[in-house]
Design a protein around this ligand. Structure first.
Ligand code: ADP
Ligand code: MG
Length: 229
């Protein structure tokens, strides 16, 4: 489904205003979730599932507002030596917590040295790896079975790739994935790949997606001029 385009929206509402509008939503949301939790403690067993649904909808709204914030605000980069394996382990854990039907076993293939480090903003790069691994795992709930994460030293940059042997994507969509809010998921908001692109670009890097059987997303991160500080 196509939803209103965040990039278009950013052209008509100044970014600082988006950020303050988002706060107007987040503050009452936080209060609501606190009250719902308290009310749930006193609620009878028959209505527990209504409380769970309410909490899930609140979670969904908070994810949405956090993602909206991430595309509305300029991304600042505080780089550090970052162990790729730590990011992948965390992403793998995060990807398993969703309510995805566990029809097939999905395996993780690590194609990098476990001590491999790259010079990047750890929190931002975590978001990149988490968004890509989640997308791969979500794609594999229908078909396919392997998520592969690669990290290669390519001289002046690192190449980080997340691929899966899932259903892939129609080629005509590829150009739009990173610039507009496209989603095929009931619980998706279509911000994931836009955020990946913004973070890659904030590092001076690039992102691209190729489809060959499954889906492969490649992110490049340039090395610092003054390596080994
Ligand atoms: P969301 O995950 O919220 O839908 P994303 O920006 O992360 O938003 O992804 C946008 C869309 O791109 C997904 O809904 C899906 O249709 C498609 N997509 C992304 N990654 C994959 C993948 N690994 N395999 C198949 N389709 C994918
Ligand atoms: Mg996603």
């Amino acid at each position: 489904s196509w939803r209103p385009d965040a990039a278009d929206m950013m052209d008509t509402i100044p970014m600082e205003q988006v950020a303050s509008l988002v706060h107007e939503i987040r503050n009452p949301l936080a209060a609501l979730s606190g009250y719902i939790e308290m009310a749930q403690l006193e609620a009878d067993p028959g209505s527990q599932n209504y409380y769970q649904e309410m909490m899930q909808e609140i979670d969904r709204l908070s994810r949405f507002t956090a993602d909206l914030m991430a595309v509305a605000r300029p991304i600042s980069v505080n780089p550090d030596w970052t162990v790729i394996n730590d990011l992948v382990e965390h992403a793998w854990f995060a990807a398993g917590r969703g309510r995805r039907p566990k029809k097939k076993a999905v395996t993780l293939k690590k194609s990098y040295d476990e001590t491999q480090q790259i010079w990047a903003d750890r929190d931002r790069l975590q978001q990149v790896v988490t968004n890509l691994v989640k997308n791969a795992v979500e794609a594999l709930s229908q078909s396919g079975s392997v998520v592969e994460v690669e990290c290669h030293d390519r001289g002046d940059h690192w190449l980080l790739a997340v691929s899966d042997d899932g259903p892939g994507l129609p080629p005509d969509l590829l150009g739009r994935l990173f610039v507009s809010r496209f989603t095929t998921k009931d619980s998706g908001n279509g911000f994931g790949l836009m955020i990946v692109r913004r973070i890659a670009e904030a590092h001076g890097g690039t992102v691209r997606v190729t489809v060959d059987g499954g889906t492969r997303v490649e992110v490049t991160i340039p090395k610092p001029d003054n390596e080994g500080r």
